[in-house]
Design a protein around this ligand. Structure first.
Ligand SMILES: [Fe+2]
Ligand SMILES: [Fe+2]
Ligand SMILES: [Fe+2]
Length: 279
């Protein structure tokens, strides 16, 4: 099998992982605090590792990781329905993994896919268990319908954070500069925290997080990547600063200031890396 064919198969798998992460996070946030939500977030983190392994393998083969998001099963009215959808999504993933293990002849990649498949089998069992648990404990959708300026600010933040998570991951995969790679991975994780804080704030405040993203910078030259990342950080730091001054809730104000400070830090770290890169 040619590299391009393997890359295409792995990108399908990667898109599936991306869809799974967003489905699970959406449901975990929608449930508010609780044991099931925590366990689903842990599963989402495992899917992030899968995504990461697949992306690194794609780059090793000379490809570019896809940014498309695969299928999600977000329908369903009760938590038990969502958990059934978790079972189904895991099964959606298992078929292609089994197929790709058969098709791909590279032993290292076969081994990786087998490892991922065994995780998905275990997740399916977890979700089956959550269906019963959700029914027994009466787990609920705790999202509200808040639609005011605060909800707009939080959804704007989520939109931004999701975009930079994808952007920094892509840049970390594509750059040849080891320091930039490490920093991009680190800051992508930091932006994932930001997304979680904003989504939780939204649900606590009676709203419903919308987990969508905007256009991702796909520069191939490290200096172009950094320039784009610095620009976005500066813009978003200014926006969080403005929003922090606007809101009156002290908890939310504190959160926005914290986010602003992180983004200022990101802009500075990326600027140093750009200076190094351009030497
Ligand atoms: Fe996975
Ligand atoms: Fe952020
Ligand atoms: Fe940032």
């Amino acid at each position: 099998m040619k590299n391009e064919e393997i890359i295409a198969l792995l990108n399908q798998d990667l898109e599936g992982e991306h869809g799974a992460i967003i489905q699970y996070l959406t449901h975990a946030y929608a449930m508010g605090e609780g044991e099931i939500a925590c366990e689903i977030e842990a599963i989402a983190r495992e899917e992030m590792r899968h995504l990461d392994w697949l992306a690194e393998t794609i780059v090793e083969l000379g490809g570019t990781p896809s940014l498309e998001r695969g299928n999600m099963r977000l329908e369903g009215k009760s938590v038990a329905d969502w958990m059934k959808n978790g079972v189904l999504l895991e099964e959606d993933a298992m078929g292609p993994y089994r197929e790709h293990i058969k098709l791909i002849d590279n032993p290292k990649i076969k081994r990786l896919l087998r490892r991922i498949l065994s995780d998905e089998e275990s997740h399916r069992g977890d979700f089956q268990h959550f269906v019963e648990k959700a029914e027994k404990e009466g787990a609920k959708d705790v999202r509200g319908t808040r639609q005011d300026r605060v909800a707009d600010i939080l959804n704007w933040g989520i939109l931004h954070e999701y975009t930079v998570i994808l952007q920094y991951l892509l840049h970390s995969y594509m750059t040849k500069n080891k320091d930039v790679k490490r920093e991009m991975e680190d800051q992508a994780i930091n932006e994932m925290q930001h997304l979680g804080w904003l989504a939780e704030e939204m649900v606590d405040g009676g709203g419903s997080p919308r987990i969508e993203h905007t256009e991702v910078d796909q520069s191939t030259k490290t200096s172009d990547m950094l320039r784009s990342d610095i620009e976005i950080e500066k813009k978003v730091a200014a926006e969080y600063d403005r929003a922090a001054k606007e809101v009156t809730d002290p908890g939310l104000k504190k959160l926005l200031i914290r986010l602003r400070d992180h983004e200022v830090y990101h802009a500075e770290v990326f600027s140093d890396l750009l200076k190094e890169e351009e030497k």
